[in-house]
Design a protein around this ligand. Structure first.
Ligand code: HEM
Length: 492
């Protein structure tokens, strides 16, 4: 009801675009709050800390989630009058993710870029669009991409070949480029867009996300005229223009190469890849041109940086844990032999490989937080979240704290032993029905790349100097380099 009152407030005379006014309207607190993160000041709450947090979001996530674990799984963060519940308790995390489907207001900032895509929309629009797009990410469609995944994996291992025996190198750019090409070939069904354009896309996306972060904590930037006056709006417009130009290039190329449709025929049924499905739905009048662009935009944003970053982390972890790498290699040899491509019947047999990826997602969750609005009162185990507030869910921390005292160790076996974590605890792709639409795509793509890489190379790494940053996506900044050696000479 509190939230509805705020909505009413805008409708009756205030500028509906000004998020700032929302921020000033205090939350109506009916149910007692859990203890707050230390350091809150009257009125501004934790906002004074925002200056340091916006420059190092990773440290902020760490501080907040650790405090949350200490407080028993739920704590409160106050950004001015705005109450944010931080949640690490596994059961409460699930309840909150299932009950709160609308994304946090920071996603309103993202709308200049992604409009009403499935990543930013809410309510009936989100439900309808998600239902329409789910089939494009189903198992039969992803099985249809196996040839693309295998050939891209082989391309990748050839591209890093010059680094054999040459000491440490940064493998992340190779995974980024490769996974971008994979997304183009599979999900979009087009030849990869030029490397320069894709590089410009990433740089513009990083800069724009940095602007959004600043806007979140420096709340005065949420006042439209200050945002314009300080030059931020001009910067934002230019970056959005850069980002939209890649989406336009993807869609143009798709139209030109429409005859190369990616379709998989399984048991007589036709399954369509993402862009083909979108274009067909637009021909039926279901999606407008604008909506096609917006949905393509979200898949570009989420579809390659996530998987390449996770693979970057996985290589690093395997390099630093030779025993795990050896066990993985043995499974790959047993199931696939030294060189064979992966087929759909191999995927379920690669049990340890799967556990390695899950464990990598637990230790370095590429998407470390889930941010949502609390639109109605939600009952947790020990507290009731007040309607009109927000929640910050850390879906993976629970697995570190609750069941396994050695939670900080990289130990894929925890996903295989009955008495440790069950795969139901796994939240690397979010929780509830607003979880990751690309989960199956991501897991199979990563499995194929990992299987080819580890069969060709022995990886070594030292994680002691690793530095991380988080722009909502967690990524390595330095100290993540690996070295590689051929397991067998090319002639063998
Ligand atoms: C390692 C790889 C990936 C990880 C760790 C990951 C993680 C996540 C998480 C945790 C969420 C939920 C966020 C929330 O609830 O606020 C999410 C949502 C989403 N992911 Fe992924 N993801 C990955 C790969 C992908 C890929 C490959 C695609 C597309 C091809 C994708 C598309 C999306 C989309 C569109 C959403 C928004 C869904 C919605 O709001 O309905 N993700 N992802």
């Amino acid at each position: 009801e509190n939230w509805r009152n705020r909505e009413e407030l805008y409708k009756t005379g205030f500028d509906t675009r000004s998020l700032w006014l929302k921020r000033l309207w205090p939350n109506r607190i009916v149910h007692p709050l859990p203890p707050a993160l230390p350091g809150a000041l009257p009125i501004i709450g934790h906002l004074h800390k925002g200056f340091t947090w916006s420059s190092n979001l990773f440290n902020f996530f760490k501080i907040l989630s650790e405090d949350c674990v200490r407080q028993g799984g739920v704590t409160v963060l106050k950004l001015g009058p705005e109450i944010h519940y931080a949640i690490t308790d596994p059961q409460d995390a699930l309840t909150a993710a299932k009950s709160c489907l609308r994304r946090h207001y920071v996603f309103d900032f993202v709308k200049v870029w992604q409009g009403n895509s499935i990543g930013t929309s809410a309510g009936e629009t989100w439900t309808r669009h998600r239902k329409l797009l789910n089939p494009a990410f189903s198992l039969p469609v992803i099985h249809g991409f196996l040839d693309v995944f295998n050939s891209q994996a082989k391309k990748l291992i050839n591209e890093v070949e010059p680094f054999v025996g040459k000491g440490l190198f940064d493998h992340r750019p190779y995974f980024l480029k490769n996974n971008f090409e994979t997304l183009c070939a599979g999900t979009f069904g087009i030849d990869a867009i030029s490397e320069k354009q894709h590089e410009q896309y990433l740089q513009s996306a990083y800069k724009l996300i940095r602007l959004f972060k600043e806007k979140l904590f420096k709340v005065w930037l949420q006042i439209d005229f200050i945002y314009k006056l300080t030059g931020y709006k001009k910067k934002e417009d230019q970056l959005v223009k850069n980002l939209h130009s890649l989406t336009k290039a993807v869609l143009e190329q798709k139209r030109i190469t429409k005859e190369n449709e990616v379709e998989t025929n399984t048991s007589g049924l036709k399954y369509k890849a993402f862009l083909d499905l979108l274009i067909d739905l637009s021909a039926d009048g279901v999606f407008t041109e604008k909506e096609i662009r917006e949905q393509t935009e979200i898949i570009l944003t989420t579809g390659f940086e996530t998987t390449s970053t996770q693979l970057t982390f996985t290589m690093l972890l395997l390099g630093a844990h030779p025993d795990v790498q050896e066990k993985l290699y043995q499974e790959l040899l047993e199931v696939l032999g030294p060189e064979r491509d992966l087929g759909k019947y191999d995927l379920n047999k690669l049990v340890y490989t799967n556990a390695v990826l899950m464990e990598s997602l637990r230790v370095f969750p590429t998407v470390p937080v889930v941010l949502r609005c609390v639109d109605q009162d939600v009952k947790l185990k020990n507290y009731t979240m007040n309607a009109g507030t927000y929640c910050v869910i850390f879906p993976l921390i629970p697995n570190v704290s609750a069941k396994d005292k050695k939670g900080d160790q990289f130990r894929p076996e925890r996903w295989l032993d009955d008495d440790s974590c069950s795969s139901q605890d796994f939240a690397g792709f979010g929780l509830g029905k607003r979880g990751c639409i690309g989960k199956t795509y991501a897991m199979i793509d990563m499995k194929v790349k990992l299987a080819h890489f580890i069969r060709r190379y022995r990886v070594r790494a030292d994680m002691s100097q690793l530095q991380l940053s988080a722009d909502f996506v967690l990524k390595p900044v330095s100290g993540h380099e690996i070295s590689i050696e051929r397991r067998h000479s090319p002639a063998a």
